[in-house]
Structures are given as C-alpha cells and as structure tokens.
Design a protein around this ligand. Sequence first.
Ligand code: GDP
Ligand code: MG
Length: 163
Amino acid sequence: EEYTRRKLSEKKEKTLGMIKPDGVEKLGQILDEIYKRGFLLTRLRMCCLDRNQAFRFYEEHRDKPFFNALIDYITSGPIIVFEIVNTNAVDNWREAIGPTDPSRARTVAPTSIRAQYGIDVTRNVVHGSDSAASAVRELEFFFPSSGPMLPNTSKGGNCTCCL
Ligand code: GDP
Ligand code: MG
C-alpha cells in the first residue's frame, strides 16, 4: 500500500529518446537494453530526417565544428524516436545512454548503451533530451500536438534516405 501510494505520488516526467541510424542497425539489442531497464515507451515512430529537419532539430549545435558531420550522420538512414514516461525520465534516460563519446563512456559508464554499442563520438547510437525544456521542444518536434507528424519535406513528406 505504501508502495502504491508512493508510486501514485511520484511525479512522472517525459523525455524524447532516439535510436540513431547506426543504432537502427542493432535494433534488437538496443530495444533489449531499453526493455531491461524498464523504460515505458508511450509513443514511437520510425522516420528519416531530411537536412532541413536535421538542422532544426540540432540548431543549438550549428556553430560547432562537428555540425556537418552530425547532419550527414543523422540523415544517413532511418531513425526511431520515442516518448519515455518515467519518474525523472530525462535524467534516467541520459544515465542509461551514457556520455556523448562512447570511448569515454566505456571508461566511466561501461554498462551504458553508448559504451556497449557506440562506434565513435559522432556515431553514438542513441539520443536523449538533455533537460525538461529540451524534452518539451524535442517531443513537440517529432510528436506535434497539432498539425502533421513532421513538417513536410521537400520530397512531399516521403522518406528520402532509405528509398
Ligand atoms: P549528446 O547530448 O550527448 O547527444 O551530445 P551533444 O548534444 O553535445 O551533441 C549532439 C551529437 O553531436 C552527439 O550525440 C554526437 O552524435 C555529435 N557530437 C557531439 N560532440 C561531438 C564531437 O566533439 N565530435 C563529433 N564528431 N561529434 C560530436
Ligand atoms: Mg544534446
């Protein structure tokens, strides 16, 4: 009963998770990592980003030296995005994925998803919103409360990278 009361009073939070193109190639293993940790996925979709969409999603990084590499990578194949609902979803999911650079992750968080499946600092398998405010923006980006699921692309909304 105490457990039930605590559960009910715990504040649920939402975050956006993403399996990036290299992660989609290891989909079963990544989904198993999510499942093992007990994350509740409440919305999910597979899509491809065109370059304009990728620019908008990662606009905070537009002046970074790795920006072009990041855009090439994230548009290189299909991605899977999902909404996670959990207590402290933002922090818990960030902890599960581990540090940005997989080689650092293998040192400081060897059981994290990036440590186990990441290839290099660009191809790091998964994404997670970095704050509650980012989560709101990023969830709205992929799961808009009104309008189309994603803004139409130059190719009429069709996936352009996996045809
Ligand atoms: P995240 O929040 O841990 O995903 O990291 P950031 O928001 O700082 O960066 C966004 C994404 O850009 C990362 O997940 C990587 O795919 C890529 N990235 C970040 N930092 C670097 C870097 O120093 N070099 C390269 N090549 N890619 C990076
Ligand atoms: Mg980030």
